[in-house]
Design a protein around this ligand. Structure first.
Ligand code: ZN
Ligand code: ZN
Length: 314
């Protein structure tokens, strides 16, 4: 490819990526299968707001057997009362009565996020996950279906940086900085867009990788920006454990605070009054208890999410 064509293609790719940032989908001449971008009537744009209910806000160290002063389920969220990001049975009690989600988007294969049997028993009919997890996940769902006698769900592979719109909400899978035990697996974080809401749900990840920030339009290096209007981010290691060995794969509260303040400083995260950056995926041993938080609240804009918390983003 000569330099002029290279520059032209680069410019087109940049524009396409940032049209994506506006919730528009560019047709391009690459091998993208548009059926992977749109499904059924899901191409309809639905106005906001976006409702998120935290079903769990804990990291893997929390178990059913933990009988301490307080408890956190493994991290997962319910979006607009019908779509899940991650799920295992620990969080089932946090789903409001009469709500029956049929779709899960998974971030990665770790057991605190992914459990095929629990998903089938919840009545899940459709799952989205990284293409790099397809083989392993399919095998686990087949095993769970055989064991329970329940029907296999539809399993849809996602490519990073390729948006998928479901029920009026655009899911943009961005690469996470997170290692798993499955060779080649690329863990995901999700940018969620609905109406004017642009919320990043970032667990599990050691800060926000640059490629996703650039694609989603909140990297200051890029000339065109599309600020986030909400941020939910993991803080596995708490405030006083910034030098913990998990730093290659998880975030600390201090790191999240610097990230949030930098984004706000450059206008890349626009929070309205009374809105916060929500911390989730809190480890049992490295984060303060509710009593400790009451005595020493986290600095603004941070807010420690809790199981059952509902937030409306618009
Ligand atoms: Zn986790
Ligand atoms: Zn993990």
């Amino acid at each position: 490819m000569d330099r002029r064509n290279f520059l032209k293609d680069s410019a087109l790719a940049f524009i396409a990526a940032h049209l994506g940032g506006l919730g528009l989908f560019a047709k391009d001449s690459s091998s993208v299968n548009t059926s992977e971008v749109f499904s059924g009537d899901d191409s309809c744009v639905v106005p906001g707001p976006l409702k998120i209910r935290f079903l769990g806000t804990g990291a893997a160290g929390w178990t059913e057997k933990w009988f301490g002063n307080y408890h956190r389920n493994h991290s997962s969220i319910l979006i607009d009362d019908h779509l899940l990001i991650d799920f295992n049975a620990m969080a089932a009690s946090m789903i409001p009565e009469g709500i029956h989600p049929k779709t899960i988007f998974y971030t990665h294969s770790h057991v605190d996020h992914f459990n095929a049997k629990d998903a089938l028993e919840l009545g899940i009919e459709r799952v989205f996950l990284s293409n790099t997890l397809m083989a392993q996940a399919t095998s686990e769902f087949e095993k769970a279906a055989a064991e329970t006698g329940l029907k296999m769900p539809q399993i849809i592979g996602l490519n990073t940086l390729r948006p998928y719109r479901v029920d009026g909400i655009t899911f943009k899978p961005l690469p996470a900085n997170h290692g798993t035990n499955i060779p080649g697996e690329q863990a995901l974080i999700y940018l969620l867009e609905k109406g004017s809401a642009r919320d990043l749900y970032a667990t599990d990840t050691g800060v926000i990788p640059a490629v996703g920030a650039q694609y989603a339009g909140f990297d200051k290096h890029c000339k065109v920006h599309f600020p986030l209007t909400g941020l939910i981010i993991e803080s596995t290691m708490g405030m006083d454990h910034d030098e913990d060995f998990r730093m290659f794969t998880h975030s600390s509260t201090a790191l999240v605070l610097r990230t949030a303040r930098m984004l706000q400083h450059y206008g890349l995260l626009t929070l309205k009054e009374d809105e916060h950056v929500y911390l989730t995926h809190l480890s049992r041993t490295l984060n303060p208890t509710p009593e400790e938080l009451e005595k020493n609240p986290l600095p603004e804009p941070l807010f420690t999410a809790y199981d059952g918390l509902e937030v409306i983003f618009d």
